[in-house]
Design a protein around this ligand. Structure first.
Ligand code: HEM
Length: 532
């Protein structure tokens, strides 16, 4: 069963009790457990006097209320989630020793959180925005977090750009207006950083507003590495495709939906037993193929603005993801869940993708700030390994499971046990860097190939019309004409007709080409040779 509470550790047992608590079984008490006659009834000095400091019941109530909020996530603040399981349908022990992929039919419990990206915690579910799609697999050898989005590519390949780009979608420092009312910062950034164009095309295409979370796919975006027990490894991309079919909301209809449209859709589908599922696929590539792909097609596996061509690297099915259980307590099970691309398990390693490398740091860092040093001890995050595990981390705020009287250093008197390493990491972290690091910010002609294919081969006539309308409407709120002119040049690089149509729709004459343009965020390498 995928039952979220059905696990071995003592923690989970306590948690199960807490989750199933019923009002009828509870006796009202203050937080120190002292039964109290009634939740109202403030102590007052006389008929009309001030309050008493001795009234712990009131102080307990108010001071806890005052602290109810943890900081919302700096991105992906609005979300929904549920629990379920992964079932392996095609084992791949020859590729990875990650044990969730070891046997056909093997199940692994998981939790998922979906999200929009830019909006605040109360923002509209039907925003035009990428969607987060993060999965915590509770494997027998620790938790593996696959922290992906609903798009296979991303806006940037240099992690230093991330806070800048995100800030363009937050409220303006002076006007305090967000992107819905003023898209100037957004287009200013994008017109200076053309490597974002593929993701922008997806965002303003039909899939830019998914109809709830059940009707969209998920992608790792980044290249990871799968390592087998011989220490051999391949590069991997993961795709998980919806079995509910893709559905999206036309731009005109988005505001007609409830701001909690996706939350409602997910919660009530699960509640009525209509469990959403996704099929998990992998693409694999040997290190040699990766070098060839760079040499011949100028696609770098460490650059997540590019995808791996599926004809050359076909999708292979490995399993099924099912959500069959709602959270009983949203805050405990969804708000407090803490994902990180660095929560990996034996058999899965990060690649040298610079954006991924930065994320390995950023997520645990933000969790320590958002929910505390011991965030991994919160029930929804705690590993549920079938073996007793220990380490030398102690104390800190909210240390619920402080490992008793066990030695808190590497003791020779009370030795802890170790499992010898299965793979030699020196060998698996090979040295192919494919120029990703040195050319992170260069815009090359190859950057426009995938967006061009999207416009010319994937979009039909209707989709092209809607795309032009979505972009030009959004640019209606951009108060920096230079940004629009530059964006038209960037879109013209994708396809000449697209550029012309945008000129007509916006009434702005764009630059004829990006050749000769300089960017504040990128090197223009369209003609070979770097221009800054
Ligand atoms: C959430 C940073 C790129 C997917 C977050 C959070 C931070 C962050 C700080 C908030 C986490 C929390 O408070 O729990 C970054 C940085 C990036 C980056 C610094 C690049 C340098 C990406 C990319 C993807 C992604 C490329 C997808 C491929 C997500 C998802 C969440 C998230 C799904 C929400 C997780 C949840 O539901 O709790 N990111 N991010 N991020 N990010 Fe990123």
């Amino acid at each position: 069963s995928s039952k979220f509470t059905g696990h071995q550790s003592a923690q989970a047992v306590d948690y199960a009790k807490d989750r199933d608590t019923k009002s009828q079984d509870a006796l009202y008490a203050t937080s120190n457990g002292a039964p109290h006659p009634h939740p109202y009834g403030t102590q007052r000095a006389g008929e009309n006097g001030p309050l008493l400091l001795q009234d712990f019941h009131l102080i307990d109530l108010l001071s806890h209320f005052d602290r109810e909020r943890v900081p919302e996530r700096v991105v992906h603040a609005k979300g929904s989630g549920a629990h379920g399981y992964f079932e392996c349908t095609n084992p791949i022990p020859e590729l990875t020793l990650a044990n969730l992929f070891s046997e056909r039919g093997k199940r692994c419990p998981l939790s998922i959180r979906f999200s929009t990206v830019g909006g605040e915690s109360g923002s509209h579910d039907c925003a035009r925005d990428p969607r987060g799609f993060a999965i915590k697999f509770r494997t027998d050898e620790g938790n593996w977090d696959l922290v992906g989005n609903n798009t296979p590519v991303f806006f940037l390949r240099d992690p230093a750009k991330f806070p800048h780009f995100i800030h363009t979608q937050k409220r303006h420092p002076a006007t305090h207006l967000s992107g819905g009312d003023d898209s100037t910062m957004f287009w200013d950034y994008l017109s200076q950083n053309p490597e974002a164009v593929h993701q922008v095309m997806i965002l303003f295409g039909d899939r830019g507003i998914p109809d709830g979370y059940r009707h969209m796919n998920g992608y790792s975006g980044h290249t990871l590495k799968f390592i087998n027990k011989e220490g051999e490894w391949v590069y991997v991309q993961l795709h998980w495709k919806t079995n509910q079919g893709i559905k999206w909301i036309p731009a005109e209809e988005a505001n007609g939906h409830s701001p909690d449209h996706s939350q409602k859709d997910l919660y009530y589908s699960i509640e009525k037993g209509d469990f959403p599922s996704w099929t998990l696929f992998i693409q694999t590539m040997t290190p040699k193929e990766a070098e060839e792909l760079w040499e011949k097609q100028k696609i770098n596996v460490f650059d997540l603005t590019h995808v791996w061509p599926q004809k050359q690297f076909p999708l292979k099915e490995v399993g099924r993801i099912v959500l069959d259980e709602n959270a009983k307590n949203y805050f405990a099970e969804i708000e407090q869940i803490a994902f990180s691309p660095s929560h990996l398990v034996p058999g899965i390693e990060p690649s040298a993708d610079p954006v991924l490398q930065s994320r390995l740091f950023s997520y645990p860092d933000t969790h320590r700030h958002r929910i505390g040093t011991n965030y991994q001890q919160l029930p929804v995050n705690a590993p549920r390994c079938p073996f007793a595990f220990g380490n030398f981390q102690r104390d800190g705020a909210m240390a619920f499971h402080n490992q008793g009287g066990r030695a808190n250093y590497l003791s020779s008197i009370e030795p802890i046990s170790f499992r010898p390493p299965v793979v030699d990491l020196d060998k698996t972290h090979a040295h192919f860097i494919g120029n990703a690091v040195s050319f992170l910010s260069a815009i090359r002609p190859e950057d426009f190939n995938a967006p061009r294919a999207l416009w010319e081969r994937v979009f039909d006539d209707g989709a092209r019309e809607r795309f032009v309308k979505n972009i030009s409407n959004h640019m209606g709120n951009c108060h920096h004409p230079e940004a629009v002119k530059r964006m038209i040049a960037i879109f013209r690089e994708v396809n000449a007709d697209l550029g012309a149509r945008l000129e007509k729709a916006t009434g702005v004459q764009g630059y004829p080409s990006i050749k000769g343009l300089t960017f504040n965020g990128s090197h223009n390498n369209m003609e070979g040779g770097l221009k800054t």
